[in-house]
Write a new protein. Structure first.
Length: 240
């Protein structure tokens, strides 16, 4: 799984999202609502909710927002309903783009996604056109600052926890595992270390380098997609 550091991409996206914090919280509230609605309000017995709550914590989402979304989901009445929809296509330079949406209006979202692709040098594809190029994986990041642990020691911890791969840089240890093992690996490592990031993600089986102009256009496409209230996650095979 060696290649470009996912951590660098996470840091870059986080700084860009700081200006969109309200929108990020709105999207997370929707995800929390759906997870609590389908599996109950207790994260210890609802892995989907726990995963979203971890994302909310990483985004510094206020507890009041979190509790409000859970309370809304568990209150009496039919409430809201959102569909999970996947869109697939190609961005500038031929990079694969995988888009996950949580929407209450499929037609609106499909139109917005198509416009974003068309306006930014991409093309929307059919279902299955690029998803086979990605693998679902667990991803955990542990920052090295102030941590008196070398790579060999961390590797032993990762293997004992059930992880399958470790990538090391000066800043961070990056751990990957099978999606089905994620909860177990995360909990085992969290018992020993402070986790900077822990999430399920989609990793491209092969990353592709883009020319500067194509990469800039792809970043514009991703920004346009992430700016849409209905879009929850965007993944690409381009190396950042």
């Amino acid at each position: 799984m060696a290649g470009h550091s996912k951590w660098n991409n996470i840091k870059g996206r986080k700084s860009a999202q700081d200006a969109k914090r309200g929108k990020i919280f709105q999207k997370l509230s929707r995800e929390i609502y759906m997870a609590a609605k389908s599996g109950g309000p207790d994260p210890t017995s609802n892995p989907s909710l726990r995963l979203v709550l971890d994302k909310a914590k990483s985004a510094n989402m206020p507890n009041d927002n979190v509790n409000r979304a859970i309370k809304k989901a568990t209150s009496s009445g039919e409430g809201e309903h959102y569909d999970e929809v996947t869109y697939e296509g190609y961005g500038p330079g031929g990079a694969a783009v995988l888009v996950y949406a949580l929407t209450d209006n499929r037609n609106r979202t499909a139109t917005n996604v198509r416009v974003a692709f068309n306006k930014n040098g991409g093309s929307l594809g059919e279902t299955g056109s690029v998803s086979y190029m990605f693998d679902r994986k667990g991803y955990i990041a542990i920052e090295r600052e102030g941590l008196a642990v070398d790579e060999e020691t961390m590797l032993m911890s990762v293997l004992e926890a059930g992880g399958e791969d470790l990538e090391t840089s000066q800043e961070v240890f990056e751990i990957y595992c099978e999606a089905g093992d994620f909860n177990e690996v995360r909990d085992a490592l969290a018992a020993e270390y402070t986790l900077a990031q822990a999430e399920l993600t989609m990793l491209a089986q092969t990353e592709m380098e883009l020319a500067d102009d194509a990469q800039e256009k792809l970043e514009n496409l991703i920004d346009a997609l992430e700016d849409d209230d209905d879009i929850s996650e965007v993944f690409t095979s381009a190396a950042f």
